[in-house]
Design a protein around this ligand. Structure first.
Ligand code: SF4
Length: 329
C-alpha cells in the first residue's frame, strides 16, 4: 500500500479552546484518516506577542492538547508534539533567516496590520522575532516536508510564502530538499459568538469545550436574541438570533420547528434557550469525560506527547541532515 502523504498544522497555546475551535479539530480528526498527520502546539509563536507574559504558556500547551484529545483527536492516528521540544525548528528558522530578504518579511500582509492592532492596545511588538515569525512558520511546515497544510482561505499567503522560500533555498544550493506544500482548504462551519460577533476570547463571547454545565446555562441565558421580541407572542426573526444559529449546530433536528414557532410567536426565548442549554451540555458531556480521564492521568498525556515528539524529532533530524548536506555546513 502506498505511504500516506504527510500533513501538518499547529495552534498557539493561548488557553483552553472554545466551541469556535471545535470545527477545526473535527476537520483534523477527518484528515487523520487521509494523511500521516502532525499537530503541534506553537508555543514559540505565542512568545512573539506575549514575550512580557510567558507564565501561562507551558500550562496552556498541555491544556490545548487535552482539548484536542477531548474533542476526538485520536493519538493512535496522528503525532501530537510541542514545537519547542523539537529544537531543529530553531535551527531551520536561523538558516532560513540567513537567506530571506528583509523586504519579503516587511511585505507580509498581516505584519503591519498586527503591529498597528497591538499598538492601539498600547503594546509594541515590533521585535526581531515578530518580524521573523513567517520564517519560523515556514520552518515549522517545511521541517516535515508535508504535501499539504490545512488552512483557512485567509491563511493561503503563508503557504505561498513557504513555497517562495523553498524555491530560493533550492536555487541557492542547487538541491531539491522540500516538496512544495499545497494549501488544503478547511471546510469549516463557522459558529458565531454568543453576541453574534465572531467568537473570540478578546470579546468574551465564547463557550469553552471544557465549560461546566451551569456555566453553559449562564452563557446561553446571556445570548443575543431578536431584540424586537418583547412578548412570547411577538413574531420573531430567527435569522438575527445567535440562539437560533446555535440550534442549527447543536439541535439540527428541531431547528426547523423552532424557526416556524419563533416566526409564529409560539415559543418563548426562555424555552428556546433552555432547550439549547440541554443540547450543548449533551454535546460537551463526552468531552468533559475524556478531559477528566487525561486530567486524572497526567502520565498518559506525557506518553502521548513523548511519542509525538519522538516521531517529529525523527523526521526533523532527517530534514536537517538534508539541509546541512545541501548547504555543506
Ligand atoms: S425563540 Fe429562539 S430563535 Fe426565536 S428569537 Fe427567541 S431565542 Fe431566538
Amino acid at each position: 500500500m502506498a505511504e500516506k502523504q504527510r500533513l501538518l498544522s499547529g495552534m498557539r497555546p493561548t488557553g483552553r479552546l472554545h466551541l469556535g475551535h471545535y470545527n477545526v479539530i473535527k476537520e483534523w480528526v477527518r484528515l487523520c484518516d487521509l494523511y500521516d498527520s502532525y499537530w503541534f502546539t506553537a508555543d514559540w509563536h505565542a512568545i512573539t506577542t506575549q514575550f512580557d507574559n510567558t507564565d501561562s504558556i507551558r500550562a496552556n500547551r498541555r491544556e490545548i492538547v487535552i482539548d484536542w484529545l477531548s474533542a476526538g483527536l485520536d493519538p493512535e492516528k496522528c503525532h501530537i508534539f510541542h514545537q519547542s521540544d523539537i529544537k531543529e525548528h530553531a535551527e531551520l528558522h536561523l538558516l532560513f533567516s540567513m537567506i530571506t530578504p528583509l523586504s519579503w518579511l516587511e511585505r507580509v500582509p498581516t505584519y503591519k496590520g498586527q503591529l498597528e492592532a497591538f499598538k492601539e492596545k498600547g503594546k509594541d511588538i515590533a521585535t526581531y522575532g515578530f518580524l521573523g515569525y513567517p520564517l519560523l512558520m515556514a520552518a515549522d511546515i517545511l521541517m516535515y516536508r508535508p504535501s499539504g497544510v490545512p488552512v483557512g482561505e485567509d491563511q493561503a499567503p503563508h503557504v505561498e510564502f513557504c513555497r517562495e522560500l523553498l524555491r530560493r533555498f533550492h536555487h541557492l544550493y542547487n538541491c531539491q530538499v522540500f516538496p512544495e506544500p499545497q494549501p488544503v482548504f478547511n471546510h469549516i462551519e463557522i459558529l458565531p459568538g454568543t453576541d453574534n460577533r465572531k467568537m473570540s476570547k478578546s470579546y468574551g463571547n465564547f463557550i469553552l469545550l471544557s465549560e461546566k454545565p451551569e456555566d453553559v446555562k449562564t452563557k446561553v441565558w446571556s445570548m443575543v436574541t431578536d431584540a424586537t421580541r418583547i412578548r412570547k407572542t411577538d413574531p420573531g426573526h430567527p435569522d438575527v438570533c445567535a440562539v437560533y444559529a446555535y440550534q442549527g449546530f447543536f439541535n439540527k433536528a428541531e431547528q426547523p420547528q423552532i424557526c416556524a414557532d419563533c416566526k409564529a410567536g409560539a415559543i418563548g426565548c426562555g424555552q428556546c434557550k433552555k432547550r439549547l442549554t440541554e443540547c450543548i451540555n449533551d454535546f460537551l458531556e463526552p468531552m468533559r469525560e475524556r478531559r477528566a480521564k487525561y486530567e486524572a492521568q497526567p502520565a498518559l498525556l506525557d506518553e502521548i506527547i513523548d511519542a509525538g515528539n519522538t516521531a517529529a524529532r525523527k523526521t526533523a533530524r532527517e530534514t536537517m541532515g538534508m539541509v546541512r548536506e545541501a548547504m555543506k555546513i
